[in-house]
Design a protein around this ligand. Structure first.
Ligand code: UDP
Length: 339
């Protein structure tokens, strides 16, 4: 019998891509989402890609009785938890909204999942490293004091998972620390759908190219990097999604070396903002209207992953080039424009 995975926040950008890869790998998937930050576009896109309907449960993980009900209706081998708020700036303005939602939903989930022997994968972020003195960062690089309540919820949730797995028998936990997820499924049926003005670089680039935004501001060209712009590790969304399949399989097949494991999910390849812009221009054939602007507060000059632990232990490796990733992001933006 195939194993069943719950994807909380599965109607969103990362969750929808992960759902597709889980189904491709032979898992049954149940999507649960409160739809607070997305519409049905990606869920419908997932169903088109996989050629069948998936259960979609509209629910909020802050409501523990709803979580309990879900776990009595289905038997899950693992849950992947994406259901969380993710806007860094908003978290600074409304910290309690972030602490309440992101932490309560996760503790509720663990509380119920642990009693059912359900393994837990937490979607963490490279933001937990802050500004590291050594680059690239490995999983042993010390975490720094978070610079936003959002980042702090990622650190706190990692710790909650670590402590819970240690205390309660019968469950495993993995935290995946994502670097900068970008791109879209090659079908162009699912992708990133930012509400309002995008905060992130890649959707701002594609929206500028399509004419939704007038001009991209490159935040800072006086950083101590080769071209003066920040360095990041842009990880293709499909590659990133596949890492989840590897991690879930490791947990459900009992191949964990430790009850709680942490992995960097990145390419190991630093790319500057300017390089990303130039590469986009090349693959799309569209010149991009951009200007240099002052640094954005809270940005760090450079961070990229050492992904060798995930390469070795998960048997996972980022495969797609920046060109392929940006071409997919551009195809998705064009698909949205045609709708
Ligand atoms: N960035 C930019 N213009 C934008 C958005 C982002 O120059 O409109 C830069 C930002 O300063 C950072 C990089 O792009 O150096 C990646 O930013 P993003 O918000 O996508 O991810 P972050 O690394 O901050 O999580």
């Amino acid at each position: 019998m195939s194993k069943c995975v719950l994807v909380s926040g599965g109607a969103g950008y990362i969750g929808s891509h992960v759902t597709v890869e889980l189904v491709n790998a032979g898992y049954e998937v149940v999507v649960a989402d409160n739809m607070s930050n997305c519409d049905l576009t990606c869920y419908n896109g997932v169903c088109s890609i996989i050629g069948k309907e998936l259960p979609l449960v509209k629910m909020d993980f802050c409501d523990i009785s709803a979580v309990q009900k879900l776990f009595t209706e289905y038997k899950f081998d693992a849950v992947i938890h994406f259901a969380a708020f993710k806007a860094v700036g908003e978290s600074v303005d409304e910290p309690l909204k972030y602490y309440r939602n992101n932490i309560l939903s996760f503790t509720n989930l663990i509380e119920v999942a642990r009693k059912k022997g359900c393994n837990i994968l937490f979607s963490s972020s490279a933001t937990v490293y802050g500004e590291s003195e050594t680059l690239p960062v490995t999983e042993r690089t010390p975490r720094q004091q978070a610079t936003s309540p959002y980042g702090n919820t990622k650190q706190i949730c990692e710790d909650i998972l670590r402590d819970s797995v240690k205390a309660y028998e019968g469950i495993n936990g993995i935290a995946l620390r994502y670097f900068n997820p970008v791109g879209a499924h090659p079908s162009a049926l699912i992708g990133e759908l930012p509400r309002g003005v995008p905060n992130n670089l890649a959707p701002f680039i594609t929206q500028t190219a399509i004419g939704k935004r007038e001009c991209l501001s490159i935040f800072g060209n006086d950083y101590p990097t080769e071209d003066g712009t920040c360095l990041r590790d842009y990880i293709d969304i499909v590659d990133l999604a596949k890492a989840h399949v590897c991690a879930v399989t490791r947990m459900v097949e009992g191949r964990m070396k430790d009850g709680y494991e942490v992995y960097n999910i990145g390419t190991g390849r630093p790319v500057s903002v300017l390089e990303l812009v130039k590469t986009f221009e090349k693959v799309s054939g569209k010149p991009l209207n951009y200007k240099f602007a002052p640094r954005r507060s809270g940005d760090i000059a450079a961070i990229w992953a050492d992904p060798s632990l995930a390469n070795k232990e998960l048997g996972w490796k980022a495969e797609r080039s920046v060109e392929q990733t940006l071409a997919a992001a551009w195809a998705w933006e064009q698909h949205l424009a045609e709708k």
